[in-house]
Design a protein around this ligand. Sequence first.
Ligand SMILES: [Zn+2]
Length: 202
Amino acid sequence: MSYKTSFTIDELQVTTDNQSNPIWYISDYNTGSIQLHPEQGFVANQIYLAKALDWLFDDKEIHVEHADEPVVIPIRKAMCTRCRGKGTMANPAFDGTSIEWWQEHGGPDWQDDLDEYCHGDLYDVPCEYNCSGGIAWSMDWQRIIHYHDLYKINAMTDRVKTKEEDEANEWINELYIEIQDWHDGEAEVRAEQAYFDREWAI
Ligand SMILES: [Zn+2]
């Protein structure tokens, strides 16, 4: 996967949670359907590191040290993107099952069972992201957008670029790189795992 060398605030995409609150996200990891998991996983990982390495953090931001450079990661509580705010999720053990499978393995009520699996929560398991009832820590892109938009309008030039705007652009690029690095590392771990799983299966 190749990445752009610079990322701008205008490239953030927006969706809404089940309360119609906006959720901003980077679309690079999302092919087709919106999957916001990477950023939520990233924040969970940084909170874990902050606790382990004694980094400064509160419910607004994490002060990360990466390659001797301090980076502030803005965070907020938002709808969990794995279970979409439900707190539970469909059991992954049933992923990829077909109607034929249900017909074959189910009892006489297999149609009701399949309906329950698709629309109910009888087969649900706790959310694998360990969110708290469908609420989880996520990136607070809104804060950077707000910071970025504190520009001044001048009658003569109509718009003057401010220090805040430059800093916001720099900030979002730092965060973009942090998330990329983390995402690449995760991809490596997943690939290795898949390799060992295959070896094991032979
Ligand atoms: Zn969840």
